[in-house]
Write a protein that binds this ligand. Structure first.
Ligand code: WTA
Length: 659
């Protein structure tokens, strides 16, 4: 089922060839370069002695006990970074800033979707985190236990993550847009003892229940002892006495003091589930010292953060790794003042982001290409109505950014003045790996450019040999890095097979990439069966399993088709039970809803086509490549390996009918 297509086998390749003829380059202004945190010398320093370089980065943190060894790779592919070192992650993100006299500095300018706001200083943050830590400890949670966090972007979500870190409890944040079923499977896999949630959440001006999904999920998860509920929308919730606890009742009355304990550098900090090529999500495991070192270093070098003057805003949700590394851990370790926004970008109007930038004087803005393309669609006149002159660095993450979107971002948001950092990384890498340095790199629209100092990445061909300039292939990471995943929760074998078996001794990222004539790296999207929809990773098999779990569906094949706004859109081909090809719209609508219930609204197919048959090879594999051609309205590629080539005629004929 998982037929990998090469980077050149994807429908994107023609567009990408145009993209590689991109020859514009934008060096930073002299003024920016002169004040930048990271200069060109950093590359030389890292190259001269990689471990010494990383040890200097680890010195950004407070260690209770210094490490005895920077890197222990003797049990590869399981790394130990800063082995023997001990630290408390929450102490590093909160207490030490208060102790150094910055308690009155704003840590979080929180902006709720309905317009309510909260200003949280580092001193406030310390009190809140201590109270939450005391509350979690009072429930019997101890270092090594797991807590699931299923919350919208409210400050308590951040307090909870930091409280867990403070106690050595491993958090597993599950995106609030995921379904009860997705939550259930993640709680079960991690055997979480407590779930922290809210009564409901605001979405596009309306409230939607959230605790209800937790109630549904925990019916089947015996590990859960308590559900801790933050009141956010005020809506009615069902209540299970003894199990359910209100945040304001349990947490608010706790002591504002809590003594942090130091944990081993390799102590598990969090698990974050992400889609792989099979239906079952992988629990990516991250640990403490190396993770915090690299998130802090990259946040400092890539975003050029000046903690005394900058106002930073990352628009991600804490349900994704970007929220973990670049809202919670990296920025707070660096004593950033940041904006955290709860809602959607067009509530109550399409200028909301620009209004927020103007209101708080945001100077560093980090977002995703899908959103930039949405802003383009809404029109350049909208940002033009706001004062965006506080901006000085712009970032992008989540998928390849097309040059048009990059140029629009530069011109209409950055006034042709702000460097753009296109940052490539993954849930698994934990922190940014490939990116320009804003004060050094002459950026090319659409390229993530080069591995950061301290990081090694290569583009290799099928045999694992590095390709030359102008050549394309697979992206691999050939040296361990501090924030790297330490495995898949509970599945050592899957970790080895997924990442370390394709190319001996090297980490296979699952992305296609090319070097241009100057050696800059261009990411070309996934080469496996993982789709990227609005920057969210969703596997084709995950959606297929959801579809075939519906009683009406006999078989399903799912492909990611290119989409002008979301990057890729999910297109499903289904065979109904009994072979009925004449499906009404109600069946299609019911199937879309079914997928939303099984996985979450983000996985709803853009299009579902009911077909009489699916194209298969003689060995029975579904030929997704052909389905992708159909979904993208391309002339069909080679069909000679198809078991019955008439199938494609049937499918194409069916598609010409308006759905
Ligand atoms: C894609 C998000 C091109 C890539 C941090 C990767 C990108 C997957 C970029 C990871 C980028 C992320 N350019 N592609 N700048 N950033 N990707 O785990 O396919 O949600 O493998 O982590 O997103 O997605 P994840």
């Amino acid at each position: 089922m998982t037929r990998a297509t090469g980077p050149d086998g994807s429908g994107q390749s023609a567009a990408l060839d145009n993209l590689l003829s991109e020859d514009r380059a934008f060096p930073p202004s002299e003024e920016f370069a002169a004040q930048a945190n990271a200069g060109a010398a950093l590359y030389d320093e890292a190259a001269a002695d990689r471990e010494a370089f990383w040890a200097r980065q680890a010195d950004r943190l407070h260690w209770e006990t210094r490490w005895s060894r920077v890197l222990d790779w003797s049990d590869a592919p399981f790394a130990r970074w800063f082995a023997g070192g001990r630290l408390n992650v929450a102490y590093n993100c909160v207490d030490r800033h208060v102790e150094s006299g910055h308690g009155e500095q704003v840590a979080i300018h929180w902006e709720g979707e309905p317009g309510d706001t909260r200003t949280i200083t580092y001193a406030d943050l310390l009190r809140e985190v201590c109270k939450a830590a005391n509350a979690l400890a009072s429930l019997g949670l101890r270092a090594g236990d797991r807590v699931a966090v299923y919350m919208p972007m409210v400050p308590e979500a951040i307090f909870t993550m930091l409280a867990c870190a403070r106690l050595g409890v491993t958090h597993s944040v599950v995106f609030g847009g995921f379904s009860a079923e997705a939550l259930r499977s993640r709680i079960e896999d991690a055997e979480a003892r407590v779930v922290v949630t809210t009564d409901g959440q605001y979405r596009r001006g309306k409230t939607a229940p959230l605790k209800a999904s937790v109630d549904e999920a925990v019916q089947h998860t015996p590990s859960v002892e308590h559900v801790l509920v933050v009141r956010r929308t005020g809506e009615e919730v069902a209540w299970t006495e003894g199990r359910d606890l209100w945040w304001h009742e349990l947490v608010d009355g706790q002591s504002e003091e809590h003594a942090p304990e130091a944990f081993d550098s390799e102590h598990p900090l969090f698990i974050l589930y992400t889609s792989g090529t099979t239906g079952r999500p992988k629990g990516i495991l991250h640990t403490s010292g190396g993770y915090l070192t690299q998130t802090a270093y990259t946040h400092h070098a890539v975003f050029d953060l000046k903690p005394d003057t900058d106002v930073y805003w990352c628009t991600a949700d804490i349900g994704w790794v970007t929220g973990h590394s670049y809202i919670v851990y990296g920025p707070l370790a660096n004593r950033a003042t940041q904006v955290v926004y709860e809602g959607t970008p067009n509530t109550p109007h399409e200028g909301r982001h620009w209004e927020i930038i103007q209101k708080y004087g945001v100077s560093i803005y980090y977002t995703a290409p899908t959103l930039i393309r949405t802003f383009m669609k809404w029109g350049a006149d909208i940002p033009a109505r706001y004062d965006l002159s506080s901006l000085r660095v712009l970032g992008s993450v989540g998928e390849p950014i097309n040059p048009e979107a990059w140029m629009w971002y530069r011109e209409h948001v950055g006034a042709n003045r702000c460097p753009i950092v296109d940052t490539w990384w993954q849930t698994e890498t934990g922190a940014i790996m490939i990116s320009p340095l804003p004060g050094v790199t002459a950026t090319k629209p659409g390229s993530a450019m080069a591995p950061l100092p301290g990081i090694s990445a290569k583009v290799v061909d099928d045999t694992g040999a590095e390709v030359g300039r102008g050549g394309g292939g697979y992206l691999v990471l050939d040296q361990p890095w501090p924030a790297m995943l330490r495995g898949i929760w509970g599945d050592e074998q899957r970790y080895r097979e997924t990442y370390w078996s394709r190319f001996e001794g090297r980490y296979f990222a699952g992305d296609g990439a090319k070097y241009d004539a100057d050696g800059a790296i261009w990411l070309l999207g996934r080469v496996d069966d993982v789709m990227n929809v609005s920057g969210h990773r969703i596997s084709t098999t995950e959606v297929e399993s959801a579809l075939v779990s519906h009683p009406k569906v006999a078989e399903a094949a799912v492909v990611g088709a290119s989409d002008p706004t979301t990057g890729q859109g999910i297109v499903a081909f289904v065979i109904l039970r009994g072979g009925g090809a004449e499906a009404g719209e109600d069946v299609v609508a019911a199937l879309r809803e079914h997928v939303a219930r099984e996985i979450g609204p983000i996985a709803k197919p853009r299009q579902i086509m009911v077909v009489p048959e699916l194209p298969k090879t003689r060995s029975g594999k579904i030929m997704r490549r052909l389905l992708r051609d159909v979904a993208e309205n391309r002339a069909l590629g080679d069909v000679t390996t198809l078991q019955d080539s008439a199938v494609m005629d049937l499918i194409s004929a069916g598609l010409r009918k308006p759905s």
